[in-house]
Design a binder for this molecule. Sequence first.
Ligand code: PEP
Ligand code: MG
Length: 326
Amino acid sequence: ERSRLSRLRHTPAVTLDARKIELLANIELPDDAATALAAGAVGVGLFRSEFMFMGRHGDLPDEEEQYRAYRRAVQGMQGLPVTIRTVDVGADKPLDELHRAAAHLNPALGLRAIRWSLSDPAMFLTQLRAILRAAAHGKVNMLIPMLAHVREIRQTLALVETARAELDQRGQAHGPVNLGAMIEIPAAALTLKIFLKYFDFLSIGTNDLIQYTLAIDRADESVAHLYDPCHPAVLRLVSETIAECNAQGKPVSVCGEMAGDPAMTRLLLGLGLRSFSMHPTQILAVKQEVLRADTERLRPWARQVLEAEEPDLLLEVGSAAPTTRL
Ligand code: PEP
Ligand code: MG
């Protein structure tokens, strides 16, 4: 199966009805860029920068260390775009034991991701400068995790401007970035117009969107059976986000695990998604689904799935989903 799939590595991801689909990689370390390229990714849709921050016992990476790491990822992608997400520590990704111990009763609802960054502007500015400097070496998008409030959006955008002004003052090279927001809190999906106003692109983080929509801890085994990507509420938030972005011509992708699950590919295509970011090992399997798909025929079927009480039953193998087997 693997070797059969590997034939697809250099095949463009185009549907039967000639829609070009963007298949991007999620990476955690700069050297993963090589893995992404080898898997046939056309860019990095999510570089989880927090892995550089974790397990360091108190000291955080300084601007030079971060700049070198981001530049390494950008150069590793050889001209393809790299979406660097600002640090998303907390909850399932504690910085270190100290941080874990300091976490409150509901760490997933606490000081994580952009909340943590905004709580220490000097630390956040260090990361923003490093990303802007790396953007001088290739196409860089900057992605902000876990936003919910317009106040957080404004603070973040103001700090990006401050970081740029500081680099100008130093006379240090930096490049342009597209700015994007993760849609991973239901409140963000439900106030999408605000996000569309402030950002160049959006990326749907289904891992957290499922967690927060269904009130299911994504790391708690005892409720894992209720962590359901196909819950009608989750599908509605995903679908409406894609539809609103498409209506405004705003780039949108999905970068949660849902994007790398071949069983979900036809549904996401039917909902209008054209950009998927996933673990590199999933790219060829998803591409195979893309090559078999006809988005025009999937559209009405996807609408039926959205209306179903138990949408997962319609996604099962051998279901009536319109496909053409290769
Ligand atoms: C997500 O929440 O879907 C996501 C991609 O971010 P992470 O898994 O790193 O929280
Ligand atoms: Mg997330």
